[in-house]
Write a protein that binds this ligand. Sequence first.
Ligand code: F6R
Length: 259
Amino acid sequence: MKVLILPDAAAAVATAADHVEAALARLPAAVLGLATGGTMEPLHAALAARHREGRLSFARARSFNLDEYVGLGADDPRSYHATMRDQLFSLVDFAPGATRLPDGAAPDPHAEALAYEAAIAAAGGIDFQLLGLGRNGHIGFNEPTSSLGSRTRVKTLAASTREANARFFGQGKAPPTHAITMGLGTILAAREVLLLATGEAKAEAVRAMVEGPLAAVVPASVLQLHPRATVVLDAAAASRLALGDYYHLVHPGGGPAAV
Ligand code: F6R
């Protein structure tokens, strides 16, 4: 795991955007794995800004998002379909039909999960996967005790995850109880992964992911097995890491090459 520690969240987001830009420069027709959540919002904004500036084109790329809530259709404003449309897809130049998320309104969510995994395989697999990190160590919606070899499937959301995401649902409205999510095996099969985590609330999950043992109770620790995983952190998210000598402290505009 390559761990990059930036002084603040803005610098961490810029470094993550640099990696996406580099991936698309290497492979303009890349199959991207995308994520949602509060951490991704500023990254999506940075990618949209770089597109506006003419630095970044998604015209030949395709994308698969990690997950979607079961029961929310693409038109539901609380769905990840809507989030992605608002934050990124409507602001950049993906070709029509080039972006995909699991269909949360599918009549048979289990069949949809299998079809989604098959669609990723049919696209040739994921070249570059973006990830956020749950406070409980989840990636995608692979909650603690998820099988390390799991593929796209329906998962029950942990109470703590529903609580953390309640802010996106408005007062008195709870998030759905289930999601369709890429599995840990699906994520491991991506050729390159980049996990972005910012803020003190993620510090313990970051420590367990990077320095703890490989364990299904910390799903993100499966990235220890990935040959090309980069973890981009701000100082707050990195604050509980003990093995400081092993990590790259990156000073924007200088320091060790971030890409
Ligand atoms: C969302 C996803 C989740 C989030 C994680 C962190 O597509 O896959 O794993 O990345 O829950 O969410 P935030 O960034 O809101 O703390």
